[in-house]
Design a protein around this ligand. Structure first.
Ligand code: AMP
Length: 381
């Protein structure tokens, strides 16, 4: 029988970024203690946890010392070496399991797993050489996108191959490691579903998130998604089926493309809380972070209904370009909540925080959150 970790227990979190920070807030609110393992000193999660350890993921002694001090282990960051998770799993429950992390760490493994499970995907081929790229492109056709199989996120390590692209140039600009060529999807919208599965196999999906990207980085998420209810049902069904096939215990984000004909194609999985689920903190009966705590600790999953239409807007380091943002002006917009992650250096494209706003409907929530974000820089022109 799987173990239940009741409030008072210590949750060990691998990774120390903003997802760990919001997870720590949710865990501590519910009476858990939180211990963070991160290579970064005084990062977003360590600032709000009970304890933290700064060490490299490859430091076996530090990993084992961390594990000895916690009751159950989870992670907030995908690229934790599988060896590190194995050290943790030696005498602790790691949820989600290392095998799921292993799949999600590599696009090719992930796509093969999903294709095998009958999940609809954009056409893809593994590419390992210049000649392999040519033949894969012959099969998939243009336009296509070449992605690194590992360590890619927010569009990093991606190249679009349009009609006039020169394949030799594309190949020499690529990392040359294991790559995946994907057909470019002419999507109408990008959407995502967060799904949680408990130790007892119970599954709950959060309402469909509609995601608007800018320069490959998530910019705005809005709920309810402005789609037909049949799309919302189909997306939830896909997420549920992936969670079951992975035998997930924990939380998983499933990113999808919605085509104009209503078809959904799965783009990516992330077995952790996700940027597109931050709105759940204010606008959902249970936040994605609390849901992860519940799933990982073996408690009943919480209700996932939306309390009010809401929109989330990311605050990248770019917002600081002309000096300190005008927080008062943004917070003067009605129904807006500010989240800052405690990062000291506002670098361009770095996720520093987000705003969430409510509205009578999705459009009004977007208008409010956008107005609040614009107000941040209103005094700087
Ligand atoms: P990813 O790192 O795979 O999540 O890709 C980042 C963003 O690039 C996605 O959110 C899409 O906006 C875009 N993108 C990725 N793959 C495709 C594709 N096959 N077709 C069209 N756009 C894509």
């Amino acid at each position: 029988m799987s173990h239940v970790y009741l409030p008072g227990a210590t949750i060990g979190v691998m990774g120390g970024g903003q997802l760990g920070r919001m997870l720590a807030f949710a865990a501590r609110r519910t009476g858990y203690r939180v211990h963070i393992f991160s290579p970064e000193k005084d990062g977003p999660a360590a600032q709000v946890s009970n304890r933290s350890i700064v060490a490299d993921y490859a430091d076996e002694e530090a990993v084992k010392r961390f594990a000895a001090d916690v009751d159950v282990i989870t992670f907030e960051f995908e690229n934790i070496p599988v060896q590190t998770i194995e050290w943790c799993a030696h005498d602790h429950d790691v949820r989600p399991a290392g095998a799921i992390l292993h799949i999600a760490q590599n696009r090719l493994r992930e796509k093969n797993f999903l294709a095998h499970a009958g999940i609809p995907l954009a056409p893809f081929r593994a590419v390992r050489s210049a000649s392999g790229l040519k033949s894969a492109l012959g099969e998939i056709g243009r336009p296509a996108i070449l992605k690194t199989a590992a360590f890619g996120y927010d569009g990093k390590g991606q190249q679009a191959i349009n009609e006039d692209a020169n394949l030799e140039e594309v190949w020499s600009a690529s990392s040359g490691n294991e790559l995946v060529l994907e057909g470019a999807v002419a999507f109408e919208k990008e959407v995502s579903v967060l799904v949680a599965r408990g130790t007892d196999g119970a599954i709950k999906t959060f309402p469909l998130c509609e995601n608007i990207h800018r320069d490959h980085i998530l910019d705005i998420t809005v709920v309810p998604a402005r789609v037909e209810s049949s799309v919302e049902r189909a997306a939830a069904e896909l997420a549920r089926s992936i969670a079951e096939k992975l035998e997930l215990v924990g939380l998983l984000a499933v990113e999808m493309f919605l085509k104009a004909n209503g078809d959904l194609l799965v783009n990516e999985l992330a077995p952790r809380p996700h940027n597109s689920g931050h709105w759940t903190i204010e606008a959902c009966a249970t936040s994605q972070f609390e849901q992860q705590v519940r799933a990982v600790c073996g408690l009943p999953l919480g209700a996932t209904n939306v309390l009010r239409p809401a929109a989330m807007a990311n605050l990248l380091g770019d917002v600081w370009q002309s000096g300190e943002p005008d927080w008062s002006a943004a917070l003067a917009v009605g129904g807006v909540g500010l989240h800052l992650y405690g990062k000291r250096e506002p670098r361009l494209r770095r996720k520093m925080g987000h705003l969430t706003a409510f509205g009578a409907d999705a459009d009004e929530a977007i208008a409010r959150v956008t107005a609040a974000r614009s107000a941040l820089q209103s005094g700087s022109t």
